[in-house]
Design a protein around this ligand. Structure first.
Ligand code: GLA
Length: 665
């Protein structure tokens, strides 16, 4: 099935970027629009940080510049994602209403002259944000250039949590709704520990800096509260926009997987289009794998439907320790790799490189040397190519493996005083993802309680916090014939970070058919060995088999002689458990035993092959990250150059080719 266009009236792959014309004199705008046309730009995000210009004094509005730029873009046929500018509170707001300034956990106030200086629970901020949103929505709801509303910018990015007194009061209100009665909260938080019981709601404070470890259940709830506080800010603006512009899609930009603090599963249904910002870790050699992972998580949030890459960079960013420039061709590969994983739009931060301000060394679509820049040529080529790939729009990616992703496990697992500081959420997730990527297995990323029916395999890299509902769904799936792989330190605690009763791995004990008698984390740099020669680091444990069979054993280390990898047969399916962190080859050896064969086999590891399908046909997207030309078995027509491929698609070194397939169902 072909899904409807992401953006009504824009029946093409979206191409464009954040546009900040307020940084430039008006004569440059005309050149901008001309160059946008040359680059095939069809959408720009406007007004993101313009609050101080649109409302220079409280209640005084100046829209004439925005009127002119919107009209100019409209005349040129360029559509606009109009932003609410509330991520950049103006100086007057912070000056007149000091309560808008957020506070850190040590009680320090954060000041302005930056962006995101805001307390999400501040009523003064709420009132001001509401007013500017109302003005903008009323004025521009029917402007023909506006095709999308872009609410705020990267909620929680610079300012995930505020600990001020107003936030504390809001937190208490949130807790009252969640728990109703104080004894229920005391019980849920285990406040008998260290005598932390509360006798009145007023006694509860956010997890401000304390002499030692703070109640983890309180910390978890505070993170949930902060997520909800940001979500409430989003909803407030979205609902105002919706009232004025009921037929225009509304979104905000996510930051997957770089933002730990927002639980995007709770946001996914609140946006009309899932939009993501993704920036490579420039120094990582295989950062294209992390890109693929972010794209897959984004597609998961979009429920498999096409999504929008709202921001990435044409070349270097400016905020990493060493901001390596992208090499020629890399931006194209990055862009089309996102498209391969379901993006129906490729946008950038930003259109024209700033001359001043904190981001002047960040790359842009128009570099400082304008048309003479290398990047400009690649931007124009990309625009042309995205135009040729129009048919891809609305198609969806098929995957046969599911991977469970959970922000709340991430939060809980990385609170202080865990068995080891070496076990981190992203590291385990990435290790399993990398193996799937390298073996050409396309994955769907799902939340823990999702329906798993239909997948050939489900991988659970790190589900420290496991609810009974998640455990039940995994069990149902295995019973019905599925294969599950679980990594260590999963199933351990409930939603309040309390250990599930009866011993580890708690919620998954019965399903895995093992009991963990003791966690046996390893010293820094220490390794243990398994009887197939694989080595493991970081973690081991003493496992008692209670139904599972032993597949591999520890030959040395604190669990020597005991099971290391186990398999349990439950109903018609099987569940595997990996109790250490195998080296990458070792993980691969273990997993190759378990997993059904990849759909595509025999290709070099660093070549991505994805399939998107729709009513328009089946499309094969191949991204070659190697320095050598690669042959991929395929039949069809190249969407860009029209060449016919009978048997073998030759993908140039570091190149990308997209084929409309023939002879597939
Ligand atoms: C984020 C922001 C942009 C810009 C880029 C720079 O994604 O949304 O405004 O600051 O980072 O990489």
């Amino acid at each position: 099935m072909t899904t409807p266009p992401l953006i009504t009236g824009l029946d093409a792959i979206v191409h464009g970027g954040d546009y900040n014309p307020e940084q430039w004199p008006e004569e440059v705008w005309h050149e901008d629009v001309q160059m946008m046309r040359e680059a095939g730009v069809n959408l720009v995000n406007l007004g993101m940080f313009s609050w101080a210009l649109l409302e220079p004094e409280e209640g005084v509005f100046t829209f004439d510049r925005l009127d002119r730029i919107l009209d100019l873009l409209h005349e040129a046929g360029i559509r606009v994602g109009l932003a609410t500018p509330t991520a950049a509170p103006p100086a007057w707001l912070l000056h007149h209403y000091p309560g808008v300034r957020p506070q850190t956990s040590t009680g320090q106030t954060l000041f302005g002259a930056a962006r995101q200086t805001l307390c999400p629970s501040s009523p003064d901020y709420a009132r001001a944000a509401e007013r500017i949103t109302e003005q903008l929505a009323r004025r521009y709801a029917d402007h023909p250039a506006v095709a999308l509303w872009h609410v705020h910018n990267e909620y929680g990015g610079a300012m995930p949590a505020c600990y001020c007194e107003v936030s504390a009061e809001a937190f208490r209100g949130w807790l009252q709704k969640r728990y109703g009665r104080l004894d229920v909260l005391n019980n849920a938080w285990g406040t008998t520990f260290w005598g932390q019981s509360y006798g009145a709601w007023e006694q509860i404070t956010p997890p401000r800096q304390a002499p030692t470890a703070i109640n983890p259940a309180l910390q978890l709830d505070f993170l949930r509260f902060c997520n909800d506080a940001h979500l409430q800010c989003y909803r407030r603006e979205r609902d105002i926009v919706r009232r004025h512009a009921p037929n225009t899609p509304i979104t905000t930009n996510f930051m997957i997987v770089n933002c730990k603090w927002i639980d995007y599963w709770s946001w996914a249904d609140e946006v009309d289009i899932v939009a993501n910002d993704h920036y490579l870790q420039a120094e990582e050699e295989d950062n294209h794998i992390e890109l693929a992972m972010a794209a897959d998580v984004t597609r998961g949030l979009a429920g498999g439907r096409p999504w929008l890459l709202m921001e990435h960079s044409t070349s270097a960013v400016n905020w990493q320790p060493r901001n390596l420039a992208k090499r020629p061709g890399e931006m194209r590969r990055n862009s089309l790799a996102h498209v391969a994983r379901g993006a129906d739009g490729v946008m950038f931060f930003q259109w024209r490189a700033s001359r001043f301000g904190a981001e002047k060394f960040h790359s842009a679509m128009v570099p400082h040397n304008g048309r003479r820049g290398r990047v400009w040529g690649e931007v124009v080529d990309l625009g042309r190519e995205l135009g040729e790939l129009s048919e891809l729009r609305g198609s969806t990616v098929r995957a046969d493996t599911a991977l469970i992703w959970d922000w709340q496990s991430w939060w809980a697992m990385e609170l202080e005083w865990r068995p080891t500081c070496d076990h981190t959420y992203l590291e385990r997730f990435r290790a399993f993802y990398t193996w799937l990527w390298r073996t050409h297995r396309t994955v769907d990323v799902l939340p823990p309680e999702a329906d798993l029916s239909g997948y050939r395999m489900v991988v659970v890299p790190s589900l420290y916090l496991t609810t009974p509902a998640a455990a039940e769904e995994l069990t149902r799936y295995v019973r019905a014939g599925g294969t599950v792989v679980v990594s260590y330190f999963s199933g351990i605690v409930d939603a309040n970070d309390a250990v599930h009763p009866g011993g580890h791995p708690g919620a998954l004990r019965e399903l895995l058919g093992v009991e963990i008698d003791e966690f046996l984390p390893l010293r820094d740099g220490e390794s243990v060995h398994l009887d197939n020669g694989v080595s493991g680091t970081v973690w081991s444990e003493r496992i008692v088999l209670t139904g599972a069979e032993r597949v591999l054993s520890y030959t040395d280390g604190p669990a020597a002689g005991g099971p290391a990898v186990t398999r349990n047969t439950v109903g018609a399916g099987q569940v595997w458990y990996v109790s250490t962190r195998p080296d990458p080859d070792g993980l691969r050896a273990v997993l190759d035993e378990i997993a059904p064969p990849p759909v595509v086999d025999g290709l070099p590891e660093d070549v991505e092959v994805l399939r998107r399908t729709s009513d328009r046909g089946s499309f094969l997207i191949t991204v070659n990250h190697t320095g050598k030309e690669v042959d991929v078995p395929a039949r069809g027509v190249d969407l860009v150059d029209g060449t016919r491929v009978e048997q073998t698609l030759t993908v140039p070194a570091e190149g990308v080719r997209v084929l409309r397939e023939e002879g597939t169902d």
